[in-house]
Write a protein that binds this ligand. Structure first.
Ligand code: CTP
Ligand code: MG
Length: 434
C-alpha cells in the first residue's frame, strides 16, 4: 500500500508540475510562521476566520500581502480571497450581525466586513472574462489556480492559508527568492488585460531586483510593443505607480528604460526628458529620501513641461508647486562660495520669501543639487522671527500706513545684514522719528 501511495504521489506531482508549474511538495510543506504573519491575527481576523470555517468556505490571504510576508515585511493592507460568492458572504455576515461597508466593490466580488473596528476586504475568486485594457468583466470561480492565473506577476499570484500554508502555482516564491519579476504566463496577455501593469512591473522590479537591467528580454519586448496602451490609462493611476517607482531602488535605471522603450510620451513626460540630469540628481538624492516631484523635475526643462505633466498626471498642487520651484531655482539659487557662509543664500531666500513651506522646498533643492551637509544644516535650522511689528512703530509715533511699511522693510534689511541677530531694542534705535 505504501509503495502504491508513493507512486501515486510521484505521478500527481509530475502531472501538476508539468501542467501548470504547480508544485505539490511545496504546496504542502511550505508553512509560514513568521512574527509578521502571527501578528496579523487580531480579534477581528480570528472572528472572520471562524465565520468562514463555520460556513465551510475557504479563506486565504492573497496577492501583495503574501509577497510582503514572504519577504519578511508586514504588509500595509491585506486582501483576502474566498471561494464564497458575494451573495453567500452577505448572507453569512448578515446572519452573524457583522457590519458590511462600502458595497461598491461588489460587482468585482469584493465585500468589506467590519469586525472589532477593523475592515477586511474579501474578494471572491474570479476569472476576468473580458478586459479592455483598463476594466474587467468578471466571472466567479472556486478554482484557486484560475484566480492566480489572472494576476499580473508571479510574485503577486500566491495565496496563504490562515494556517500558514503557501499556495504557489507559478513559482512566485522561487522568483521572489531569486529576485526575479516575471509576468504570470504570457507577458503580452497580462499587459493587454491592463496596461498599467507595465508600470507595476517597473515598480516591483525596483522593490525586488538586486541589480538594474536584469530583465527578461521577452518581457521588455512585450512592454515595448504594448507601450501605447498606456495612453488609455488615467493619469491618476499612472501617477500612483510612477510616484512610488521614481523614489524606489533602481529609479534612474527604470526611468531611463521608460525612455528607451518609448513609453514617456504616453505618461505626460517630455519626449526628450533630460536623462543625464535625472541620473545625476538620483545619485545626489537617493540617500536622502527625495520626493517624487523632485525626481520628475530633473527630467523637465521648463515650467511649461511641468504644466503639461500635471495636465496628464493630475499630481497634487503641492507636488506641482515643488516641481515648478525646482525647475525655476535649480541653477539660480546656489550655495555661497565662502565656506562658512555656504548656507546663507538659501536661508536669506527662505526668510525673504516669507512663505511657510519654502524651507521644505529648499531642502528638496539641496537634495537635487547634491549638498548633503547643507541639507543637514538646513533641516536643523529654524526660521528666525523678525522682532518688529507695525504696532512697535505706531507706539513710536509713526502713524501713516505707508511710512510703517517703508520703515519695516528698512529694518528687515538691517536685521538681515546682522544675520538675523539684532534684537528689538537695537533695531528700533535705527528708526528716525519726529
Ligand atoms: N493591475 C493589477 C493590479 C493588481 N493585481 C493583483 O491584485 C493584487 C492586489 O493589488 P494591489 O493592492 O493594487 O497591489 P499589491 O500587489 O498589493 O501592491 P501594494 O503593496 O502596493 O498594495 C496584486 O498583488 C495582484 O495579484 C493585478 O493582477 N493587476
Ligand atoms: Mg495591496
Amino acid at each position: 500500500f505504501l509503495l502504491f501511495l508513493q507512486m501515486w504521489r510521484t505521478l500527481l506531482n509530475s502531472h501538476l508540475t508539468a501542467r501548470s508549474g504547480f508544485c505539490w511538495r511545496r504546496l504542502f510543506t511550505m508553512q509560514l510562521k513568521t512574527s509578521e504573519f502571527q501578528s496579523l491575527f487580531t480579534d477581528g481576523l480570528n472572528g472572520l476566520a471562524e465565520l468562514f470555517v463555520k460556513h465551510h468556505h475557504e479563506l486565504r490571504i492573497a496577492g501583495g500581502a503574501v509577497r510582503d510576508l514572504l519577504s519578511g515585511r508586514r504588509p500595509e493592507d491585506v486582501d483576502f480571497a474566498t471561494t464564497a460568492t458575494p451573495e453567500e458572504m452577505k448572507r453569512m455576515f448578515q446572519s452573524a450581525g457583522v457590519r458590511m461597508i462600502n458595497t461598491k466593490g461588489e460587482k468585482h466580488g469584493t465585500i468589506t466586513a467590519r469586525l472589532h473596528n477593523e475592515n477586511f476586504e474579501v474578494t471572491t475568486l474570479r476569472v476576468d472574462v473580458q478586459t479592455d485594457g483598463r476594466h474587467a468583466e468578471v466571472e466567479f470561480t472556486t478554482d484557486w489556480q484560475k484566480d492566480a492565473e489572472r494576476r499580473d506577476l508571479t510574485i503577486n499570484s500566491m495565496f496563504l492559508g490562515l494556517d500558514g500554508t503557501l499556495y504557489d502555482y507559478f513559482q512566485g516564491y522561487e522568483d521572489l527568492q531569486n529576485r526575479k519579476v516575471r509576468f504570470v504566463g504570457s507577458a503580452v496577455e497580462r499587459i493587454q488585460e491592463d496596461y498599467l501593469r507595465i508600470l507595476r512591473y517597473f515598480r516591483f522590479y525596483g522593490r525586488v531586483a538586486l541589480e538594474p537591467d536584469d530583465h527578461d528580454p521577452e518581457t521588455l519586448k512585450a512592454i515595448r510593443e504594448n507601450g501605447c496602451g498606456l495612453a488609455s490609462i488615467s493619469g491618476e493611476r499612472i501617477w500612483v505607480e510612477l510616484k512610488k517607482m521614481v523614489v524606489g531602488d533602481h529609479a534612474a535605471h527604470l526611468l531611463e528604460l521608460i525612455y528607451s522603450l518609448e513609453l514617456a510620451q504616453y505618461m505626460g513626460l517630455p519626449p526628450d526628458g533630460d536623462i543625464e540630469e535625472m541620473k545625476r540628481v538620483w545619485r545626489n538624492a537617493k540617500a536622502h529620501a527625495p520626493k517624487p516631484a523632485t525626481m520628475l523635475a530633473s527630467l523637465l526643462h521648463s515650467p511649461e513641461e511641468v504644466e503639461k505633466m500635471d495636465l496628464r498626471l493630475k499630481v497634487s498642487r503641492e507636488e506641482k508647486n515643488l516641481a515648478l520651484f525646482l525647475v525655476r531655482y535649480r541653477r539660480e539659487l546656489q550655495k555661497s562660495p565662502d565656506e562658512p557662509d555656504s548656507l546663507r543664500p538659501y536661508t536669506d531666500f527662505i526668510i525673504d520669501s516669507r512663505e511657510a513651506d519654502y524651507q521644505n522646498k529648499v531642502c528638496e533643492l539641496l537634495k537635487y543639487q547634491g549638498e548633503p551637509k547643507l541639507l543637514a544644516q538646513l533641516s536643523r535650522w529654524s526660521i528666525p522671527r523678525f522682532p518688529i511689528s507695525g504696532h512697535d512703530l505706531r507706539k513710536m509715533g509713526i502713524t501713516s500706513g505707508k511710512e510703517i511699511g517703508v520703515a519695516l522693510q528698512q529694518l528687515r534689511d538691517v536685521w538681515k545684514k546682522s544675520r538675523y541677530r539684532m534684537e528689538k531694542e537695537e533695531l528700533l534705535s535705527y528708526v528716525k522719528t519726529g
